[in-house]
Design a protein around this ligand. Structure first.
Ligand code: FAD
Length: 481
C-alpha cells in the first residue's frame, strides 16, 4: 500500500501571527498524525513583522512592541511553551506610574486612574490635570444612567457621555492614542475596550465598578502574595521581544521558511489553491492562512469574494514611528521615576508618547546610561512621519530636551518607521469581522488571522493564529477522510 502524498498548508505573512500559525500547523499535524508540509511565505527578507529588537552597545532597543499584557493568557502560554518562561520580566516595581503632559509640564497620572476613569478618590481630587469643574463633571458618572441599546458607540462619545469633554481631551485621548495610535472619535468601544461597556452595564457607574474591582484586586493580590510572586500587568522578555521571534523560528524547519516571497495572487484550481509569488513562481496548497494586514489580504481575496474584499477594505491602519535614544545618565536631569509619558493632542506637539525604557524594565541600558523611546505619528501626527530621519530626530530632541532636561546629543538614535501597521477598529468593527468570518467560511481551506480582527496585542495575535491553524487542520483532516 502506498503512503498518501503529504498535504500542504501555506501561511502568508511572517509576523508574529504567521509564525505562530505555522508553528501550530506543524505541531498540530504531528499530534494528529497528518502528513503536512508547511510553507511560511514572507514578503520581506526578515521574519517578525512589527516585532524587532536592536541590540547596540549594551542597550536593548525595541523598535516595535516592548511588552504584552499578562491578563490575556495566550502570551504567557506561548512563552512558556517556547521555553522562554524564565526570561519573562515584569515592569520595575519602583516605577509603576506614568506622566501626562499638561500645559507643557509633566504631571503624574493620579494613582488608581485606569485609562479613562479614576478608581481612587484622593489622588483624583488633588491632581492638577483637570479643572474643578472637569472633576465635578467626571464625578457625574456616579449618577448618569447606563445607555440602553443604540448599537456600537465610539470611545470618544462614551467618554464624553460619562465623564465630559475634559476627561476626553486631557486623559482618555492620549491614553487611547498611546495604545491604538488612533483617534477615539473613530474607534469602536465594543471592539477596543468592551470592559468599560460591561462596567457601565453591570454597575451603572464606571467609577463604582473600578473601585469595586480595585478592592477585589487588592484582596486577590494579598492572597497571591502568600503563595509566591505573580506577574504584573505588562510583561517583556529580558533579551527583548525579538527573542520570541527567534524562538519561533527555531521551531519551524528552515525548509518551511520562504523570505522574499510576496503573495501576489490566489486562485482555486482542482480543489487546491495556487498562490502566485511576485516575480514569478507559484505555490500549490490544500489550505492557506492569510496572516496579512488587510490591504494585501484584500488584494488576494477580493477576486474570490467582492463582499469580503469590501469589508477588509473598511479596516484601515495607522502609522507610527519609534525613536530609541541612548544617553549617559548625567545628560538627563529628569529623575525618570516612571514608565514614561503620553501627550494629549491639545498640547500641539509632534511627540505622541515617550517610554522611559530603562526605568520601565531591567537590563535595557548599561550601568550609568539611560534609554528613552519616543513615539511619533498616530491619528493626528501622520504628516510628521514624512520628514527625513535627520529632521525627525532633531524635532523629537527639540521637544524632549526641555521636558526632560536633556543636555547634549544622544549616544545612539535608532529610528523605526511603521507605515500602516496599527489596525484601527472603527465603529461597527465587530459586525465587519462577523461578515468577514462568514465570507471566509465560504472558501474551503482558507483562514485569515492577525491584528486586524480580534485584538491588536501580541496575545490576541497568538490566539487568532492558533484558531486559524486549528480550523485549517480540521479542514485538511476532513478532506483527507
Ligand atoms: C510601534 C508598535 C508598537 C507596538 N507595541 C505593542 C506592545 O507593546 N504590545 C503589544 O501587544 N502589541 C504592540 N503592538 C501591536 C503588535 O505588535 C502588532 O499588532 C502585531 O505584532 C501584529 O502582528 P501580525 O503578524 O498580525 O502583523 P505584522 O507584524 O504586520 O506582520 C505581517 C507580515 O506580513 C508581511 N506581508 C505583507 N504583505 C505580504 C504579502 N503579500 N505576502 C507575504 N507577506 C506579506 C509583512 O512583511 C509582515 O512581515 C505594537 C505595534 C507597533 C507597530
Amino acid at each position: 500500500m502506498s503512503t498518501p502524498a503529504p498535504r500542504r498548508a501555506v501561511v502568508l505573512g511572517g509576523g508574529i501571527t504567521g509564525l505562530v500559525a505555522a508553528h501550530r500547523l506543524i505541531q498540530g499535524a504531528s499530534e494528529r498524525g497528518i502528513s503536512l508540509e508547511v510553507t511560511l511565505a514572507e514578503a520581506s527578507g526578515r521574519f517578525g513583522g512589527s516585532i524587532e529588537t536592536a541590540r547596540e552597545a549594551g542597550f536593548v532597543m525595541e523598535r516595535g512592541p516592548d511588552c504584552f499584557l499578562s491578563t490575556k493568557p495566550e502570551g504567557i502560554a506561548l512563552c512558556r511553551e517556547l521555553g522562554l518562561e524564565g526570561r519573562l520580566a515584569g515592569t520595575k516595581s519602583a516605577h509603576r506610574r506614568s506622566f501626562i503632559l499638561r500645559k507643557g509640564r509633566l504631571v503624574p497620572v493620579p494613582e488608581g486612574f485606569y485609562l479613562l476613569a479614576p478608581s481612587s478618590i484622593l489622588p483624583f481630587v488633588t491632581t492638577p490635570i483637570f479643572s474643578s469643574l472637569g472633576k465635578l463633571r467626571m464625578a457625574m458618572d456616579f449618577f448618569i444612567p447606563a445607555r440602553r441599546g443604540g448599537g456600537d458607540e465610539t470611545l470618544a462619545s462614551f467618554v464624553r457621555r460619562r465623564f465630559g469633554r475634559e476627561a476626553l481631551e486631557r486623559m482618555a485621548q492620549p491614553m487611547i492614542g498611546g495604545i491604538y495610535s488612533a483617534d477615539p472619535e473613530e474607534l469602536s468601544l465594543e471592539a477596543t475596550m468592551p470592559q468599560f461597556l460591561e462596567m457601565e452595564r453591570a454597575h451603572g457607574s464606571v467609577i463604582r465598578a473600578l473601585r469595586k474591582r480595585m478592592r477585589e484586586g487588592a484582596a486577590k493580590s494579598r492572597a497571591a502574595s502568600a503563595s509566591g510572586p505573580r506577574y504584573g500587568l505588562f510583561l517583556t522578555l529580558e533579551p527583548g521581544m525579538g527573542s520570541l521571534i527567534d524562538a519561533l523560528l527555531e521551531r519551524i524547519p528552515a525548509g518551511s521558511l520562504r523570505p522574499e516571497a510576496r503573495a501576489a495572487s490566489l486562485r482555486g484550481e482542482g480543489g487546491r489553491w495556487r498562490i502566485g509569488i511576485e516575480g514569478g513562481g507559484e505555490i500549490e496548497a490544500d489550505a492557506v492562512c492569510l496572516a496579512l494586514p488587510t490591504e494585501p489580504a484584500r488584494g488576494l481575496l477580493e477576486p474570490l469574494s467582492e463582499r469580503l474584499g469590501a469589508r477588509l477594505g473598511e479596516i484601515p491602519y495607522g502609522s507610527v514611528a519609534t525613536l530609541n535614544l541612548a544617553f549617559s545618565r548625567e545628560q538627563v536631569a529628569h529623575p525618570l521615576d516612571g514608565m514614561g509619558f503620553v501627550v494629549p493632542e491639545i498640547e500641539g506637539r509632534m511627540l505622541m508618547a515617550c517610554s522611559f525604557s530603562s526605568s520601565k524594565f531591567e537590563g535595557r541600558a548599561p550601568e550609568g546610561k539611560v534609554l528613552l523611546r519616543a513615539f511619533v505619528g498616530g491619528a493626528y501626527g501622520e504628516a510628521a512621519l514624512f520628514v527625513s530621519d535627520e529632521e525627525m530626530i532633531g524635532r523629537v530632541m527639540d521637544e524632549l530636551g526641555p521636558l526632560l532636561g536633556i543636555r547634549g546629543e544622544p549616544e545612539a538614535a535608532v529610528l523605526s518607521r511603521y507605515g500602516s501597521a496599527m489596525a484601527q477598529y472603527r465603529l461597527g468593527h465587530l459586525d465587519r469581522v462577523r461578515e468577514i468570518d462568514e465570507e471566509v467560511g465560504k472558501l474551503p481551506g482558507i483562514a485569515v488571522a492577525g491584528s486586524a480582527y480580534r485584538g491588536v496585542g501580541i496575545p490576541d495575535c497568538a490566539a487568532g493564529a492558533g484558531a486559524a491553524a486549528a480550523s485549517l487542520l480540521d479542514y485538511i483532516a476532513a478532506s483527507a477522510a
